[in-house]
Design a protein around this ligand. Sequence first.
Ligand code: HEC
Ligand code: HEC
Length: 321
Amino acid sequence: MKLLSKARLLLLTGLIVTGLAFAARARAQGPIPSGADIVQGALLYDNWPAALGVQPPAGNMPIWDRQTTDTRSGADTWRCSECHGWDYRGAQGAYKTGSHFTGFPDVMTLASGMTVDQIVAHLKGSDDPAHDFSKYMPDTSLTQLADFLKYGTIDDSHTIDPVSLKVKDGNLQNGQKLYTSVCATCHGTDGEKIVFRSEGVTQFLGTLAVSDPWQFLHRTRFGTAGTNMPVGYELGWTVADGRDILAYAQTLPAGAPAATSAPGSASSAPSRLLGGPATNLLTGILTGIGAFLGTIFGALVFILILLGLATLVVVLFRKRT
Ligand code: HEC
Ligand code: HEC
């Protein structure tokens, strides 16, 4: 009898320790962001003054003067996308050369090693007071930016040819189907119905798809701030759907001078944007499944602890009597 209760006590201690460890882990990971938060974070990343409907601060972002290679000034210097790129890879990605080169870091890789809280702290100037955006947007927006960087970014580096900027192995049929059903009403079947002016140059959707595949992907997946463009992420598109639509758009008439494809020739519609639809969705689903299993496991551990406690009470009670 004594032996048995010792074994039970041991088991109980083990269960409690495991339960505490799981609770601590769950708290450290924090809540999983909603799809709406990720989309809003992506719009803020693109152009936060436009996404919030506010005027950009006057002058250049204070960090801007630490480089001289990108000669833009004013509003563009405040955009996350201008310093960190539409592929989120900064100087490691599409902006490693060309007129957008700044040498500023790859936030996709950095954010993957940070918690959402750490990213928010950085956006409040914790490490570098010049990188403080808390004066310009509420905490919810900073958290949405962090949610996007941590959970929403998609790595398209292996599916876009670095020289031709064309999608490798895109499914043109799927791309055409999606384009015709979702995009053609506004952009026209040939992509020429909406005319873009990028740094003084007239461009069509087909031009942008070739000159700025990453911006194209980002905006196709997450929308364009200030427009009612459909958001692939909300339509449930996969990562591959986004790339397929880009591949199809790259076959549309370009209609503009080839010179516009020089990297970094655009200001508000930079020539090197990222953006493919959908990598996030898979990650999102996986995260969701993970969270679900985690919750069930946590609940089981909790029940086991309760059972253990009940057993302990019974054992102690029996000893007394
Ligand atoms: C003017 C250029 C510039 C702009 C605009 C800018 N950043 Fe940065 N960012 C930097 C530089 C430079 C660093 C390197 C560390 C530092 O000085 O903050 C950095 C670092 C970071 C880091 C990594 C932090 C770390 O601990 O390593 C994150 C995340 C980040 N930025 C996100 C953003 C987001 C989100 C926005 C838009 C709200 C943004 N940045 C706007 C230049 C910029
Ligand atoms: C409801 C109308 C509408 C629909 C539908 C629509 N768009 Fe757009 N799109 C716009 C508007 C408006 C703009 C912004 C035009 C501007 O900046 O002058 C835009 C901008 C864009 C841009 C940004 C170009 C740049 O500046 O870099 C891309 C890329 C784009 N659309 C792709 C698509 C794709 C792909 C689809 C289909 C999934 C689509 N759009 C569907 C209205 C639409």
